[in-house]
Design a protein around this ligand. Structure first.
Ligand code: BTN
Length: 235
């Protein structure tokens, strides 16, 4: 397993986007602190130093499954967290892990393409031992410590997540379907949410996750499948 760790960095995703040529396929980059951590949709990802697990994984081969990678990563995190006895874990399609209605982990999938896709970077921010968060979040954050009431060994957790993630990505590449397992954790199923389609915010009803990991929704009485997109909640 190729892995490197920084005490301080701008962003593990940004680092791999910039230096992917210098690293092998399946290299993990982690950090105690990110000065410019990135979230989805140009949001930033703030995390207290050495309190949480922040890492990115570089993929240079088998890039055909990118639709599935966020959700397989979310599923992998859930299976590891269940070993710590965390309950009520759900996947908010396509890439968040929730505990009940609280967000415990965010995933940011980014690609580098020059004419064609050259590499993919899966960035994971998992809240581990942080117990205070900014009030700004629409979806309230939680952490393993808040849920379990004890301090977690981040190194041990990281090892478990790294090896499970590689194992599941290799299974995906070999044609294994995670669908039956994943649909048990579908947070959005039957919910009414807002989704941005072609830059327009639409209120839709979610039917559920499909076998190809897209999401089936009903928009104005018509069923359609979406592959990615920002889902925000009906308030
Ligand atoms: C989200 O908006 O929910 C996605 C958050 C992803 C954060 C992680 S932390 C490690 C990696 N490096 C980054 O800059 N972002 C991702």
């Amino acid at each position: 397993m190729n892995k490197i760790h920084f005490e301080n960095i701008d962003s593990t995703n940004a680092h791999l986007k910039k230096h992917y040529e210098n690293y092998d396929n399946q290299t993990f980059v982690s950090a105690d602190y990110q000065s410019d951590g990135r979230g989805r949709n140009t949001r930033n990802w703030k995390s207290e130093k050495a309190k949480n697990l922040l890492f990115s994984l570089l993929l240079k081969n088998n890039l055909v499954h990118y639709q599935a990678l966020s959700i397989i990563t979310a599923y992998t995190i859930i299976k590891v967290l269940e070993k710590y006895n965390l309950k009520d874990l759900m996947i908010k399609w396509p890439n968040d892990v929730y505990v009940k209605d609280f967000k415990i982990c965010g995933i940011l999938l980014e690609g580098v393409s020059i004419d064609k896709l050259i590499c993919l970077i899966i960035g994971v921010g998992l809240n581990v031992n942080q117990i205070e968060f900014d009030e700004q979040y629409l979806i309230k954050p939680t952490s393993m410590k808040l849920q379990l009431d004890k301090e977690i060994d981040i190194e041990q957790l990281k090892e478990g997540i790294y090896s499970s993630l590689l194992e599941n990505i290799n299974k995906l590449n070999n044609g294994y379907s995670f669908y039956e397992e994943i649909k048990k954790y579908d947070y959005l199923i039957d919910k009414e949410v807002y989704v941005v389609i072609n830059n327009k915010k639409e209120k839709v009803k979610v039917i559920g996750i499909n076998e190809d990991y897209s999401l089936r929704i009903i928009l104005n009485d018509t069923e359609l499948d979406i592959n990615s997109g920002e889902i925000s909640f009906h308030i």
